[in-house]
Design a protein around this ligand. Structure first.
Ligand code: NAP
Length: 354
């Protein structure tokens, strides 16, 4: 029996995780948390609405933490799991992007595993299983391209929140859905992949693949590539991360080739979607640049969802914030929280000026 602490239990990933846990007798929820929504309908011994997630984790002593909180708010739980050698099923990519080296040092001390929940990283993790790192040529992350794929930059100036939330292939929470429309989500995933797999940014490529059937590919030095394919359904990577190394059945259909199934790929448009290129720059810059990228993006996306700024202002806010921060490495969590706050402050100031 594996005891699961589910953080972000009321969200898109959280709800699907509850379904997976309920379907598998070897998984048991021992704790659940949300930010402010009620957890009355979740049957679990320990629950917490708001407050310090690490206190809940201390009380619960889980075997695995599923961090499905959205945003930097998930950082303490990520570091707690890594520091305590508890398996971390990681949906909260923002925490790994922001913490980077701090997270890896915590993992080195604690010895726990990071089991990616992001479908692309789960795909790459599976393609890399048992491979000699020496044989890996490069990683390929696929992106659906979001609802604005193929659009011109000018045409995006006046898009509405509803249009940005109309994702073609995935049903997700509001923040990540906007991130998918700007390609910031793929930018965060690029940095996440760098830390998860220890691969240089120059060897991680992003490719637009509109149907979201191929979740990720690993190219090897002999010219072969392994891909992970399946219908876009987060219950697959959630189940994989929670049950690892087992691979239990899910209700997701097997890939069907009896109808037409066309797989197409194209390069991302970095002019129209500058947040992808900015993420690469922030990742290569290192230090707290990725933390600032994430923080300013969170502030800008919240303002966009609130109707305060236009779609193109999201990237402009992140770009301007990155131009103003120092990006010095964080020695500890305190430094990181400071860097996050400073980037939020700069981004908010830019929004007032916009
Ligand atoms: N959805 C997907 O398909 C998907 C795919 C890949 C990766 N992810 C990643 O998974 C994470 C969650 O995404 P989501 O789409 O599930 O988001 P979501 O639907 O917005 O849910 C977010 C969850 O986080 C909780 N939360 C927010 N702030 C919190 C805080 N300060 N303390 C504790 N809990 C807090 C929310 O609680 P309340 O309900 O009280 O606000 C909610 O339960 C994100 O990092 C996202 O990038 C999601």
């Amino acid at each position: 029996m594996k005891r699961v602490a589910l953080l972000g239990a009321t969200g898109s990933i959280g709800r699907q995780a509850i379904e997976i846990v309920n379907a598998h007798p070897e998984l048991e929820l021992c704790a659940a948390a949300s930010g402010s929504s009620s957890l009355d309908d979740v049957d679990v011994p320990l629950k917490q609405v708001g407050g310090d997630l690490t206190e809940l984790l201390e009380r619960a002593q889980p075997d695995v933490v599923l961090n499905a909180v959205v945003g930097f708010a998930g950082i303490h739980a990520t570091l707690w799991a890594l520091e305590h050698g508890v398996d971390l099923a990681l949906a909260n990519k923002e925490s790994l992007v922001a913490a980077g080296e701090l997270a890896l040092s915590a993992q080195e001390r604690g010895g726990g595993r990071i089991l990616p929940v992001d479908s692309e990283h789960s795909a790459l993790y599976q393609c890399l299983q048992g491979r000699d790192p020496e044989t890996v040529h490069s990683l390929v992350l696929t992106a659906s391209g979001g609802p604005f794929r193929g659009r011109s930059r000018e045409s995006l100036a006046a898009v509405t929140v509803d249009e940005a939330l109309a994702h073609p292939t995935w049903r997700m929470g509001r923040k990540i859905t906007v991130d998918s429309a700007t390609l910031a989500n793929k930018g965060l995933e690029l940095i996440e992949a760098h830390w998860l797999f220890g691969i240089d940014f120059g060897r991680i490529e992003v490719v637009v693949h509109p149907s979201s059937i191929v979740h990720g590919l690993v190219r090897f030095r002999d010219g072969a590539a392994l891909a992970h394919v399946g219908y876009p359904d987060m219950r697959v990577p959630i189940s994989y991360a929670l049950a690892h190394p087992d691979r239990p059945a899910t209700p997701v259909a097997a890939l069907d080739f009896s109808g037409a199934l066309t797989l197409s790929f194209e390069p991302p448009d970095l002019e129209v979607f500058p947040l992808l290129a900015l993420a690469r720059e922030a990742g290569e810059g290192g230090g707290t640049f990725p933390c600032a990228y994430n923080a300013s993006n969170e502030i800008a996306v919240a303002a966009f969802l609130d109707g305060q700024i236009g779609f193109l202002d999201i990237a402009a806010t992140v770009e301007e914030t990155l131009g103003r921060v120092v990006g010095a490495p964080a020695r500890d969590l305190h430094d990181l929280v400071e860097a996050d706050s400073e980037a939020r402050r700069l981004a908010a100031r830019r929004l007032i000026a916009a």
